[in-house]
Design a protein around this ligand. Structure first.
Ligand code: ADP
Ligand code: MG
Length: 338
């Protein structure tokens, strides 16, 4: 017995010796994906060159997913689903689109339809797909509202169909989160120790921060210059996403029209200015940032308080100026600046 114990001790000692912290190298790469700049920051004991090479491979991997799930690529799943809409035919879809659609259905139900990826045709009416912004006629909005919703999409093993002709999906409110999660999984499979990946207001960290274990992430003030913060969050293996009316918008007759659309009215939601969500993964953070934005402070905070592990901050206009609301646990997670 005694010698066995000693043996175990020696083995443990050897293992600890092998795991001596070695010098960490850092590599950072920027690329353009999903219509935004994506930043990858990696820390590991491998050489700087190897980390850079991994980051470049990762961009290729993410682009491969984007081509399947984005409406803006030829023959992508959303394009093929829209073309076959109303035909009754099931269309084969990628594993990635299938997962995104199932998660999107969860957010659709939880948000009572506020999060609905079938806003595809509506986004087009407003010109948010092309940048040729316009205010649709009331008849166009009415026709869209008649067109149906996410309940008109059916998913089964490896295939899906849209039962109403003319309806289509745009995964812009959730796919970015999915792709960031897939990227982190890929990096972890390659054994990369820690890092951060961000793009267009969505961010995910993994592994310990090289200096202080937790990652400190700033939250943008929606009505001030980029870099002005309203709060700071400490994260560990988590994600944070912000949706704001300041990201993609146009102004007509003094009014701001932005790309977060209320599927019930057909108009940009005016119930929020920005929403920041902290969640265990980027897909949830991304989808619920959009969902809570559409729902506004009352319903949005009620939803967050019901969902375990999803916390958030909403900035909105109370009629006299800006106010903010926090979900129950968000108060302890976010250090507000003022
Ligand atoms: P960003 O892309 O600026 O980070 P979001 O994550 O909020 O912002 O995504 C906005 C995108 O989400 C829109 O461009 C559109 O593709 C999609 N979207 C807009 N409104 C909704 C909605 N109500 N439900 C689901 N997706 C939406
Ligand atoms: Mg989103």
């Amino acid at each position: 017995m005694r010698s066995e114990g000693q043996f175990v001790l020696i083995i443990t000692g050897l293992l600890l010796a092998c795991r001596q912290p070695s010098i960490l190298n850092h590599a950072e790469r920027n690329g353009f994906l999903m219509d935004t700049v994506v930043r990858i920051s990696l820390y590991d004991s491998r050489s700087h060159e190897e980390l850079e090479r991994r980051a470049d491979e990762l961009f290729e991997y993410m682009l491969g997913i984007e081509k399947k799930v984005s409406l803006y690529f030829e023959d992508s799943d959303p394009q093929r689903l829209a073309s076959a809409s109303g035909s009754g035919q099931f269309i084969s879809i990628s594993h990635e689109t299938e997962i995104i659609l199932k998660e999107a259905m969860g957010a659709f139900k939880e948000s009572n339809g506020a999060f609905d990826v079938t806003i595809g045709p509506l986004k087009k009416l407003w010109g948010f797909d092309s940048g040729n912004y316009r205010i649709p006629d009331s008849s166009e909005i009415a026709a869209y509202l008649e067109l149906g919703d996410f309940k008109d999409l059916e998913v089964r093993n490896g295939e899906a169909r849209i039962t109403r002709q003319g309806l289509g999906i745009d995964l812009g409110g959730i796919a970015k989160g999915y792709i960031l999660d897939a990227a982190v999984l890929w990096l972890q499979e390659k054994g990369i120790q820690s890092g951060l990946i961000e793009g267009g207001g969505d961010l995910r960290v993994f592994g310990p921060h090289p200096k202080r274990d937790l990652w400190r992430i700033g939250i943008q003030d929606p009505r001030n210059e980029r870099g002005t913060l309203i709060g700071i969050v400490s994260l560990k293996n988590q994600s944070i996403a912000t949706s704001g009316d300041y990201e993609r918008y146009f102004i007509r007759n003094g009014r701001r029209y932005h790309h977060i659309l209320d599927p019930q009215t057909g108009f940009p939601s005016s119930k929020a200015i920005s929403v920041t969500i902290i969640a265990p993964n980027a897909l949830l953070a991304d989808a619920y940032a959009t969902a809570v934005f559409v729902m506004g402070p009352d319903k949005g905070i009620t939803l967050l308080n019901r969902l375990p592990d999803i916390e958030g901050l909403i900035v909105y206009d109370n009629g006299n100026g800006l106010s903010y609301g926090l979900s129950k646990k968000a108060g302890a997670m976010i250090e507000m600046e003022k």
